[in-house]
Design a protein around this ligand. Structure first.
Ligand code: ZN
Length: 260
């Protein structure tokens, strides 16, 4: 059993907003995607590209969560589940890039059923709502904290198929069903829980998103809407005016509206 509190080291206010990675431990080559490992061209003239891909795909987790995560992973292994992280720490800059790409149409926005949102007829506020279903506002992503991770099990994937990180994969008939069931039964033994266990009128259910309670509760308690607003005003975020005008509503529906 994890103890309930761990004193977070460093500047928790900066960590909360994704403005530092001082609290992050970066994992090694284990995070290489399967594609990279099987890419025969990696060894020769694509070497530089492979290095760039590696740095982009390097996964980081909170230093003070590493022991707990290793224990969770080991226990899953004994149950025949190869627990891997699809996404760990994300900086403010990275989340801003995701946000702006979605807002400006460079990246697609999906609905819960996997359908793509047609943004051409939507108002700025409607686009913001559509993005927030799956992507957090920069400065308000739990992935900034390092103690929140998206997990999957490569050994449970259907041969030749890659992970989509869509709800059906984690449902009863999906390839990750065994992982979902195991997490529901055992994650809490290691201090982990699912903050997006179901849809609460804001963020969609994310059965792959795990949170490490001893750290997450402290970040959540430190959340300050004024600090977030100041941070956003000073960036080139798309939809800034509408975001700032509706920040209280966004916080209520999408930031604080989670399983505790
Ligand atoms: Zn996540």
């Amino acid at each position: 059993m994890q103890k309930n509190t761990i004193t977070i080291l460093g500047d928790i206010n900066k960590q909360l907003l994704g403005l530092t990675d001082q609290h992050i431990h970066y994992l090694g080559n284990e995070c290489l995607t399967n594609k990279n490992l099987t890419d025969k061209n990696v060894a020769n003239h694509h070497e530089i590209k492979a290095v760039q891909t590696l740095s982009r795909s390097t996964i980081g987790i909170h230093q003070q969560m590493k022991t707990a995560f290793d224990a969770l992973k080991h226990s899953a292994q004994t149950a025949g589940i190869e627990l891997k992280i699809a996404s760990g720490f994300r900086s403010f800059e990275r989340q801003l890039q995701i946000w702006n790409n979605k807002f400006t149409g460079k990246a697609i926005i999906k609905k819960t059923n996997g359908e793509i949102v047609d943004v051409s007829r939507l108002s700025d506020w409607q686009i913001i709502e559509a993005i927030l279903l799956y992507s957090a506002l920069p400065g308000a992503s739990r992935h900034h904290w390092g103690c929140d991770i998206d997990v999957y099990a490569p050994n449970l994937l259907t041969a030749g198929k890659s992970l989509q990180l869509e709800p059906w994969e984690y449902q009863q008939s999906g390839p990750m069903a065994k992982l979902s069931t195991w997490l529901t039964q055992h994650a809490a033994e290691f201090g982990f829980y699912l903050p997006y266990d179901c849809y609460r009128g804001g963020i969609a259910a994310e059965p792959w998103h795990l949170s490490f309670r001893p750290l997450a509760t402290q970040y959540q308690a430190t959340f300050n809407i004024q600090a977030l607003q100041t941070c956003l005003i000073n960036t080139d975020i798309s939809g800034k005016m509408v975001i700032v005008d509706n920040l209280t509503e966004i916080a209520k529906r999408y930031i604080n509206n989670v399983n505790t």
